[in-house]
Design a protein around this ligand. Structure first.
Ligand code: GLV
Length: 387
């Protein structure tokens, strides 16, 4: 294995090994990609306070997310088409997560189905659910998650329509990939990826094909979302979804304190501050800037997590110090998966854990549960005073 010391190393290998169409899908934001970029770069505006001569032996990054024990405050975010980044990608990522002791969240838009992941893992995972018009499909999805022993449902509320990512349109993104001279020429240079894909039958949207009705092209994310997703979604409908699932519920995609209060009112157990990795509303604030006003509004009433932009353990530490109970990583683990399968996801988790653990120590803390805002230097106006 090459020497991997940071997430960027995995990304470089990932880029070489995976077809351009799927690399681009992962590595895109919507429109101008301003929010996608700022989700990560805004972390650089926050500084950590170095402390010295404080006992840093016997450290722990262990904590709980929605009452479940985790080895560090990190969860693997739902990522569409993960099984196109590496064969059986969702199973591999879920296995790496369970061995590391962090939650894995499966996307509705996964290649491996709920049942595939459940029968190839030994610990419960979280199931992410999109908000579709078809009630039968929705109830079915919650029932399938229950049968698979999922330990939480995650309703993503920021995707009533799919944000436009220019490269996906130009590449003709689909799963499985459409065979055009250009896509074939590119795939032929990705030998390991191709050999892997030949080993598996899982090459379609596993939760959709055979389950969703009235979809004219089930290989196209754009067609499927445009035909099936509920553009008239409102909080009453989300309350209906709450009734379809009696386990722990997480609502993902909150960027405004008013929406955080609504999520609290429908009975969520946690919310995820997220702009979908900058893939939906381009021009939205980064999620780290959006966190503080949301903490002020609901932080003492509900667990708040942060997603979008996390690429290092220092980012996790900063978000936790600002009040997030945990962070979700998407691209950071997909880079690892595309680079080297399950071992790459484990590597991504190891990198982030090491950075988190050592940075916490250098800030004078031994237990992640005791970390607070005192370790940070946040510039005045970081969360903004907007008109
Ligand atoms: C789906 O979740 C996407 O962002 O493509």
């Amino acid at each position: 294995m090459p020497v991997i010391t940071e997430i960027e190393d995995l990304k470089r290998i990932y880029r070489r090994r995976v077809p351009k169409m799927f690399y681009d899908y992962c590595e895109s934001g919507s429109w101008s990609e301003q929010t996608f970029r700022e989700n990560s770069s805004d972390f650089d505006d926050i500084y950590l306070r170095q402390r010295v001569a404080l006992d840093m032996a016997n450290r722990s990054t262990a904590t709980q997310l929605i009452g479940q024990d985790v080895s560090m405050p990190v969860a693997l975010a739902p990522v569409g088409l993960t099984g196109m980044q590496h064969f059986d990608g969702e199973i591999k990522a879920a296995r790496a997560a369970e061995k590391f002791g962090v939650p894995y969240c499966l996307s509705t838009m996964s290649i491996c189905s709920i049942e595939d992941v459940a029968s190839n893992t030994s610990k419960p995972f979280w199931m992410q659910v999109y908000t579709l018009k078809d009630d039968t499909f929705m109830q079915n999805l919650f029932d399938r998650a229950k049968d698979a022993n999922c330990s939480a449902a995650v309703i993503t509320v920021d995707l009533q329509l799919l944000g436009q990512r220019h490269k996906d349109v130009k590449n003709g993104l689909s799963a499985p990939p459409k065979l055009t001279p250009k896509s074939i020429a590119n795939m032929m240079t990705k030998v390991q990826w191709g050999l892997g894909m030949l080993q598996t039958k899982r090459r379609f949207f596993g939760n959709i094909v055979g389950h969703a009705k009235g979809v004219s092209d089930a290989s196209s994310l754009t067609t499927w979302t445009a035909e099936s997703f509920d553009q008239s979604l409102n909080w009453d409908r989300i309350r209906e979804f709450r009734k379809m699932w009696d386990g722990p519920l997480i609502i993902k995609g909150i960027m405004d304190p008013r929406d955080a209060l609504q999520a609290l009112n429908v009975g969520a157990d946690a919310i995820v501050v997220s702009n979908h990795g900058g893939r939906q509303l381009d021009g939205a604030l980064s999620s780290i800037r959006a966190l503080e006003p949301i903490m002020d509004a609901v932080g003492d009433k509900i667990e708040v997590h942060l997603d979008s932009g996390i690429r290092s353990g220092q980012d996790v530490l900063k978000a936790v110090a600002m009040g997030a109970k945990g962070c979700w990583i998407g691209r950071a683990y997909v880079y690892g998966l595309g680079a080297m399968g399950e071992a790459g996801v484990t590597k991504a988790l190891e990198v982030i854990h090491k950075e988190l653990d050592m940075s916490m120590a250098l800030c004078g803390h031994r237990d992640i549960k005791g970390v607070d805002r005192d370790i940070l230097m946040v510039p005045k106006g970081f969360s903004g005073e907007w008109e």
